[in-house]
Design a binder for this molecule. Sequence first.
Ligand SMILES: *Cc1c(COP(=O)(O)O)cnc(C)c1O
Length: 402
Amino acid sequence: MDRKLLLSLAKKYDTPLYVYDADKIISQYERMTKAFSGVKNLKINYAVKALSNINVLKVFKQLDSGIDTVSVQEVQLGLKAGFAPEDIIFTPNGVSLEEIEQAKDLGVHINIDNISILEQFGQKYPETPVCIRINPHVMAGGNSKISVGHIDSKFGISVHQLPLILRVVENTGMRINGIHMHTGSDIYDVDAFLRATEILFTAAESFQDLESIDFGSGFKVPYKENDISTDIEELGKKLSKRFNEFCKSYGRELTIMFEPGKFLVSEAGKLLVHVNVVKQTTSTVFAGVDSGLNHLIRPMFYDSYHQIENISNPKGKERFYTVVGYICETDTLGANRRITEITEGDILSFSNAGAYCFSMASNYNSRYRPAEVLVKDGKDYLIRERETIQDLLKGQNLDLNF
Ligand SMILES: *Cc1c(COP(=O)(O)O)cnc(C)c1O
């Protein structure tokens, strides 16, 4: 999406505005499919929590993708978008047995991530096959908040507990049809990823009825020019070969599965904001915009980097700015950034705004969440309207007298 298009969308739909490029989503999906074309059965399940607008889900539906969900509500959104239950996997963490039963009743694939639930589920529904989430304890990931494979992590069943898993399976008579791992986010080291897959392959040998092995996700995307990212082509080449060897020794053609969120949608999104004020203090030049941590929490939440461009003045001379939001709370979106000269009224564009941006947005400070636009085949579609005061009042009891 070029600068002129973004500017025209900011004008047409106003700011703050999230804009998603369907072509970029599609090309990332195809890149991944191509990287693993050496495997007979590949299934990519888009991680809905990254960006859950139903129209984005429909783009994935058109691609024949499946989806990965972490709550029953995401399952319901997926069904609403037209996904068949068999194209939905449910990989929650720490949810109740009741929620897992709801997912079972909706007919989706269930992935269990602790032994307590495995045992309860297996006793109640020994005829329903499930997948189990293994924690291989391979350290990887961008930082400790987003790496989930370490020994203190709450995710998955430790690979060291394999004997207990097998005992539960034997005692309940349940069937395990898949094993799964998801070791964190922002993993760029292909060899670290492959080490974790080896642990999963070894664990897989203990189960007779597998139909799939799910290697999760966590692929890193570039955040700025020349940034490191996961070499998906190299991973595809190496892991495909190893997977095919495994299938041969296992004696069955299994399906290789992935559940990327960030890789598929991060780079497709831009957040467009309007500069309300340029404020010079004794130490800093601030650019204050009509957005903040209510719309883009990642910089404050886990120090994530979003490149900021002044699309109103692309050729201006570069100066240093700290870009902040309008929330009454420190909400630095980018500190000491070199940006072409900013004037009040300019439109700034934040990159990598597809994954974990709108889906983490809130109404803090009683501000409206941004509108969302999808650009597909050269046309723009408003896929979520800007909120109104009615949205803030919704569900609140306005008629109480006390
Ligand atoms: C969040 C999540 C993903 C997606 O991770 P990305 O880093 O966005 O690719 C995949 N699987 C599970 C189980 C998740 O919770």
